[in-house]
Design a protein around this ligand. Structure first.
Ligand code: SF4
Length: 331
């Protein structure tokens, strides 16, 4: 059971000087107000007091924009607003997300002073050509420098990578994953691109110059990334965008599947099972998976079990708490 929750504080990035081609912050800015300090304090107070049963700790997470790129006074006011909770027994830390080029020693010293424990970088890609085509306004080197500094300050490092970016391909995405892993992030979020209306990416899609990956392709790449990060000891804390009414209303194309992570987990487990079974003759076997992972091993609409059957393997599945996440043991 999940023991740590997020208390998300949304910080709209109305003042973002960038214009990433996939982002609709410009069109929605003005409709969203930044939360006032007293509202943030009240919200966190309420959230900590009402943590669901079974959740022992919570992290306050400033999401939505580039936290360290917003007006400095506003950034400090938001951090001040959560100071009363630093000594709360159920408080697990303060998390912020930002752009790689909005990190330097000065801002990290401020974050550290205010008790921030984790910084997530919107890496998206580690290919400069892809970053340029998507008008990200920073380079892969910026991500490397920021990652090094975050670690030097003793903060938890998070990466956010995007799958299916304009100008990228499968091999390029895999290189981004490998390069990200070499920076030793503690956590990662993996997002397939969603085409939002009123963005430049939307125009490119309408003109037939961009095609987001289909679900099958996104699952294949997502599974590869998941497996790579997990093998490297990186915690994958999110796969796919959170369900939101706004995204549902604004999206024109792309992968926006509520069970994207589960589909990727299921693919990783299928590949692991097939790899082990292919060393054996056709027949009946028992696969052992981690606690609660049977449905992922079986696959949506039993697709893993059916595919293994077609390959000549009739499988029974059992769970064992001693088995690690995504692992498949063949007895
Ligand atoms: S930096 Fe972030 S908020 Fe700004 S345009 Fe790019 S994605 Fe949007």
């Amino acid at each position: 059971m999940k023991r740590t929750a997020n208390i998300p504080v949304f910080v709209p990035h109305a003042g973002c000087p960038n214009a990433c081609i996939f982002c609709d912050q410009r069109t929605i800015s003005g409709t969203q107000q930044s939360p006032r300090s007293d509202e943030v304090t009240a919200f966190c107070h309420e959230a900590l007091a009402g943590l669901p049963k079974g959740i022992q700790k919570a992290e306050i997470a400033f999401f939505g924009g580039s936290f360290t790129a917003i007006d400095r006074g506003q950034m400090i006011a938001l951090l001040e607003a959560v100071q009363p909770f630093r000594s709360h027994p159920q408080m697990a830390g303060i998390r912020v997300s930002t752009r790689p080029d909005a990190i330097d020693r000065e801002v990290l010293a401020i974050l550290k002073d205010y008790g921030v424990t984790a910084v997530e970088l919107g890496v998206q890609s580690l290919d400069d050509h892809v970053l340029e085509q998507n008008r990200r306004g920073h380079t892969a080197k910026d991500t490397e420098s920021a990652s090094c500094l975050i670690k030097e300050f003793g903060l938890e490092l998070g990466h956010q990578v995007m799958l299916g970016m304009y100008g990228d391909n499968a091999a390029g995405f895999c290189r981004t994953v490998e390069r990200s892993i070499r920076m030793v992030p503690d956590t990662v979020r993996i997002y397939p691109v969603v085409v939002l209306r009123n963005t430049q990416l939307h125009s490119l899609w309408q003109q037939g110059k961009y095609q987001p990956p289909r679900l099958e392709e996104a699952v294949e790449l997502g599974a590869h990334a998941l497996q790579s990060y997990v093998s490297a000891g990186v915690r994958v804390i999110r796969m796919g965008l959170h369900a939101s009414q706004q995204t549902e209303q604004n999206m024109a194309a792309g992968v926006y599947h509520p069970a994207f992570r589960e589909l990727c987990e299921s693919r990783v487990m299928y590949q692991a099972a097939l790899e082990r079974l292919s060393e054996r003759p056709a027949g009946e076997y028992t696969l052992t998976v981690s606690a609660g992972a049977t449905s992922k091993m079986v696959g949506q609409h039993r697709q893993n079990v059916v595919a293994l059957q077609k390959a000549g393997y009739q499988v029974a599945i059992r769970e064992d708490e001693a088995v690690d996440y995504l692992k498949v043991i063949l007895e």
